[in-house]
Design a protein around this ligand. Structure first.
Ligand code: CDP
Ligand code: MG
Length: 135
């Protein structure tokens, strides 16, 4: 079943010059880019995106990181895109993520882990509307 999912290449990906490398992982897998924009976000957008986490003790540093510089927001489309992209991204903690995944190969952090992807059809619908209201 073809799905759409919301992906962020977080500020560490932009700062480290890894946008092309990471985008290439998704494209070579066969996913299509249906929207993409370089964007700097404010705290309000960070809070809206991470609504489920705003009460976590680790949320303030995550908000600071998320607003620390430009990120790339995109929507990817393809067969089972939500699960497929989560698999390509790997586990949340880059130190524990499996080699072969984006985080496993390129991140050594539990916070600066390069990528975000929607975790369910409900999250994808909410996040795509939040980031690309016209889509
Ligand atoms: O991004 P993912 O869905 O894999 O993980 P999450 O549990 O939904 O957490 C969202 C984001 O919060 C992570 O991707 C990390 O950037 C950050 N995080 C953090 O800063 N400290 C933690 N202890 C856990 C997550
Ligand atoms: Mg999550």
């Amino acid at each position: 079943m073809s799905q759409r999912t919301l992906v962020l290449l977080k500020p560490d990906a932009v700062k480290r010059g890894l946008v092309g490398t990471i985008l290439s992982r998704y494209e070579t897998k066969g996913l299509s880019v249906v929207a993409m924009e370089l964007r700097s976000i404010d705290e309000q957008q960070a809070d809206a995106h991470y609504a489920e986490h705003v009460e976590q003790p680790w949320y303030p540093p995550l908000r600071a990181f998320s607003t620390s510089g430009p990120l790339v927001a995109l929507v990817l489309e393809g067969d089972e895109a939500i699960t497929v992209v989560r698999g390509l991204n790997g586990a949340t903690d880059g130190r524990a993520a499996a080699p072969g995944t984006i985080r496993g190969d390129l991140s050594l952090s539990n916070r600066e882990n390069l990528v975000h992807a929607s975790d369910s059809p409900e999250s994808a619908a909410r996040e795509i509307t939040l980031w690309f209201p016209g889509l």
